[in-house]
Design a protein around this ligand. Structure first.
Ligand code: BEZ
Ligand code: FE
Length: 289
């Protein structure tokens, strides 16, 4: 293993993997080496560019804390998060598809009773949500844990709303015997992904927009079924075809129906106009992966 050149060095690195290495680890590392080397050769990476790349990754790591994960955000904007999802979750045609989890889910969220108002009186157009969780045969899945979280009318999650100390626009619900759950809140707005770190630098350097279409997140967990991490987008959002994290799927674009004051099926719940969103989530049995 001497006098290696730009072609022979790849096989030389791969051949250093010992026979006792776990076969899956060997497969992943070998492919990583081959693709990394091919990338360097393809773009003719300069020494300065490689040093800048290492600096970028170092600064990305330094931004990570228990509440901020800049590497996941990097994975999101490079399309890797949704690619890993696509490779691992080939669901039937009617099953609810996944989207990104994003950084705003909180483990320490409140539990709510069915129909609760989760807005904590933040200002905005009232949103009434009525959902069902069913299996692939349309049978209700009772007792499903459904987490919900979304932004306010300015595009801020509760943690970023000035003066907002309590959790708002988030929480968990349990489906009833019909697989149903519902809540009241305020209509979310489109908002930019965090742009104050290395991912923001990359997005600006590559002339990409930070704006995500508005959405409500759902994390749906029932024993015996694949966990669904998803969101529902309003069909009239300006950013549906420019999501910087590639999380929009046509099946997740939903009618956020707008009603004038005193009209529609829930006129009794609000004095003014409101939005009604209804959706049925379809789960697939676990495959044991
Ligand atoms: C979100 O929708 O909360 C989100 C997803 C990916 C990156 C940033 C934000
Ligand atoms: Fe979000």
């Amino acid at each position: 293993m001497r006098d290696l050149n730009a072609e022979t060095i790849t096989q030389a690195v791969v051949s250093t993997l010992g026979d006792s290495v776990d076969p899956r680890l060997a497969e992943v590392i070998e492919a990583l080496v081959r693709h990394a080397h091919a990338f360097v050769r393809e773009v003719g990476l300069t020494e300065r560019e490689w040093a800048e790349g290492i600096q970028f990754l170092t600064r990305t790591g330094a931004l990570c804390t228990p509440t901020r994960q800049e590497f996941i955000l990097l994975s999101d904007v490079l399309g890797v998060t949704m690619l890993v999802d696509a490779v691992n979750n080939q669901r039937g045609a009617t099953a609810t598809e996944n989207s990104v989890l994003g950084p705003f889910f909180r483990e320490d969220r409140p539990q709510h009773a069915d129909g609760a108002d989760i807005s904590d009186e933040l200002p905005g157009i009232p949103l009434i949500f009525e959902g069902r969780v069913v299996d692939h045969e349309g049978e209700p899945v009772a007792g499903t844990l459904v987490d919900v979280w979304h932004s306010d009318a300015e595009g801020h999650y509760d943690v970023d709303v000035p003066g907002q100390a309590d959790p708002a626009m988030r929480g968990s619900f349990r489906t009833d015997e019909q697989g149903s759950f519902s809540f009241r809140s305020i209509r979310p707005a489109s908002y930019p992904i965090p742009g104050d770190g290395t991912v923001g630098e990359l997005m600006r350097a590559t002339a990409r927009s930070l704006m995500r279409p508005a959405h409500v997140h759902f994390l749906i967990d029932a024993p015996g079924f694949e966990r669904v991490t998803t969101m529902l987008f309003p069909s009239d959002d300006l950013y549906l075809d420019a999501d910087p994290v590639f999380g929009v799927k046509q099946s997740l674009v939903a009618a956020y129906d707008e009603y004038a004051a005193g009209t529609g099926p829930h006129s009794e719940l609000t004095d003014g106009p409101y939005t009604l969103l209804r959706h049925t989530f379809v789960l697939e049995p676990t495959t044991g992966r």
